[in-house]
Design a protein around this ligand. Structure first.
Ligand code: FMN
Length: 158
């Protein structure tokens, strides 16, 4: 039977709630991804050009380390990655996450939460990280899921 894992990163709990809903609807397993060095409230301040996230997100093609507690994805056919949108793109630790997952032969589905930004740039960001790793993987069109109706629509693809 096809098995799905929902892997998510969430700094302030919004993506976590959506990931939980999606995992429940899909009867999927759920796992949280952590930053190797956790983000403080000050580091999430987008009004401060010197905050950690402002600096990281503006540093093109950089990587931010994920914590070394990732689940084994070998037994899953489909991996869902969920994340907030920071400065128009996923947190840079999502690129490091992709580096650390062996996605060959899997299906990858993407979701995010945001305060309004759509998924287009995030899709390109993730497709580039996948290409950099030369994974043979089918990447589904991702979406920003900010309410229950959008979640219900998005899960129809499975
Ligand atoms: C550093 C930072 C940058 C953000 N940049 C954007 C952005 O470019 N566009 C947007 O719509 N929301 C932006 N947001 C808002 C988050 O995407 C939104 O609140 C998200 O739902 C948070 O998810 P979380 O609670 O799972 O961390 C930003 C938030 C942070 C902390």
């Amino acid at each position: 039977m096809a098995k799905t894992l929902v892997l998510y990163y969430s700094a302030t709990g919004t993506t976590k709630r959506v990931a939980q809903q999606v995992a429940q609807v899909l009867n999927a397993d759920l796992a949280e991804v952590h930053a190797a060095q956790p983000y403080t409230t000050a580091s999430l301040d987008w009004n401060d050009p010197q905050s950690r996230t402002s600096l990281e997100q503006h540093q093109h093609d950089s990587r931010v380390a994920v914590k070394d507690d990732l689940p084994n994805i070998r037994d899953y056919d489909t991996i869902v990655i969920g994340h907030p949108i920071w400065w128009g793109i996923p947190p840079r630790l999502i690129a490091d996450l992709i580096d650390h997952l062996d996605l060959n032969g899997k299906k990858l589905a993407l979701l995010a939460t945001s305060d309004g930004t759509g998924y287009e740039r995030s899709q390109r960001f993730i497709e580039r990280a996948v290409a950099e790793n030369s994974y043979q993987v089918k990447v589904n069109q991702g979406a920003v899921l900010n309410n229950r109706r959008q979640v219900e629509q998005w899960v129809q693809q499975f």
